[in-house]
Design a protein around this ligand. Structure first.
Ligand code: NI
Length: 199
């Protein structure tokens, strides 16, 4: 349950940062999403996709980005969350689905090479884009999205470490600006309904 406690802490940090950052959250437990007033979530990024191509946020201009931060070695939280995103996308109409690009951004630059992401993303959705970067690029994009991550200390044995990270799915608009986010545990049908309202 330690991981769940950390997710709760990360979620709390997100809300505190959001509040201190002068934006107000209007929670809607029914929709599982949250509307935000004055926003400072998101921003420019430069990363590398799973084919090895350097991409920036502007490559996705004109599409909604559905962004989740995690890492391919994640034993539980990331696979669960990405399965929910995938299930939600599969409930959209083809026209709705065409408007959105699901993106998995790695917070584990040591292990998540483009090749590792190329193996990983097709397990979840054929539209899922896997992005990774240098430690500096990773820190920058996580900071922009107020995403928390940290290597778990004390259990590192070569490659066998885990990462703690916040578990929030962000919906960014065709202009790259924040639209909504889905907290950890949002159900696929709830996410799909909200997406269909927006897209
Ligand atoms: Ni994870």
């Amino acid at each position: 349950m330690k991981r769940i406690a950390l997710i709760a802490v990360a979620a709390l940090i997100f809300v505190v940062v959001a509040t201190v950052g002068r934006f107000y959250l209007l929670g809607d437990p029914e929709s599982g999403s949250t509307s935000v007033g004055t926003v400072s979530i998101g921003g420019p990024f430069t990363l590398t996709d799973q084919t090895g191509k350097v991409v920036t946020d502007t490559d996705f201009a004109g599409k909604y980005m559905l962004i989740y931060f995690g890492y391919t070695y994640c034993p539980d939280v990331c696979p669960t969350s990405l399965s929910i995103v995938s299930d939600a996308l599969d409930q959209l109409s083809p026209a709705e689905l065409d408007k959105v690009v699901p993106i998995f951004i790695s917070i584990d630059p040591e292990r998540d090479t483009p090749a590792a992401l190329a193996d990983f993303v097709p397990h979840f959705h054929n539209k899922l884009v896997g992005l990774s970067g240098t430690p500096e690029q990773t820190k920058a994009v996580a900071r922009a999205y107020k995403a928390y991550f940290a290597k778990v200390s004390g259990e590192e044995k070569g490659d066998a470490y885990t990462m703690d990270h916040s578990s929030i799915t962000y919906l960014m608009g065709p202009d790259g600006k924040y639209v909504a986010h889905f907290s950890h545990g949002t159900k696929a049908d709830v996410m799909a309904k909200r997406l269909a309202e927006i897209l």
